[in-house]
Design a protein around this ligand. Structure first.
Ligand SMILES: NC(=O)c1ccc[n+]([C@@H]2O[C@H](COP(=O)([O-])OP(=O)(O)OC[C@H]3O[C@@H](n4cnc5c(N)ncnc54)[C@H](OP(=O)(O)O)[C@@H]3O)[C@@H](O)[C@H]2O)c1
Length: 166
């Protein structure tokens, strides 16, 4: 059975990004992102896809957009229904890598949410959606500091299995 996971870096007020760019640049977070998502399909919105410096190695890119993405190495889906039909046939872990609209689209189905929680604020125009932390078990994977910025990488695992209504 497929498992949908979210992965994001957020500020103390859930800040995700500003002017279609990342606002958090922590080496350990990048390393964690790479090792956690490597070998798995990654799902993203068109704006996040366009903000990537290049295709991320060893990961199938699944991009959600109303448009057709002209890149033969990317699979495009035009709606939630379209990508759901594709995901229904998968039997592996997939990672939602943003941005805000796509986290919101999938958060109620997430089995695991990996959050790098940064103890700082930043100007932002997109935010990670709030979710009910009571429905998840929290495990701290890493605590650290880079150039005076403190952060914690937490893994939230959903307590009970989701039943998809037919
Ligand atoms: N901190 C982090 O971990 C992190 C991670 C990822 C991204 N970000 C930040 O998040 C920001 C981008 O987030 P965002 O919410 O503005 O954009 P986004 O989610 O990356 O992309 C939005 C686009 O996705 C497509 N889309 C969304 N819902 C759709 C639907 N139901 N059907 C078809 N297409 C749909 C649309 O593309 P079309 O317009 O082409 O139709 C829409 O414009 C940036 O600042 C980025 O740096 C932060």
């Amino acid at each position: 059975m497929k498992s949908i996971n979210l992965i994001a870096a957020i500020g103390a007020n859930n800040e995700l990004g500003y002017q279609n760019d990342l606002i958090w640049h922590l080496k350990e977070d990048m390393k964690f992102f790479r090792s956690t998502t490597s070998g798995h399909p990654i799902i993203m919105g068109r704006k996040t896809f366009e903000s990537l410096p290049h295709l991320l190695p060893n990961r199938t890119h699944l991009v959600i957009s109303h448009q057709d993405i002209r890149n033969p190495e990317v699979k495009t889906f035009h709606s939630k229904e379209e990508i759901d039909a594709y995901l229904d046939k998968l039997d592996e872990e997939v990672f939602i890598i943003g941005g805000a609209s796509i986290y919101k689209m999938f958060i109620l189905e997430a089995m695991k949410i990996y959050l790098t929680e940064i103890k700082a604020n930043h100007q932002a125009d997109v935010y990670f959606p709030t979710f009910n932390k009571d429905e998840f078990d929290k495990k701290t994977l890493l605590e650290g500091e880079e150039k005076g910025t403190f952060y914690t990488i937490n893994q939230y695992t959903r307590r009970k299995t989701l039943c998809k209504e037919k």
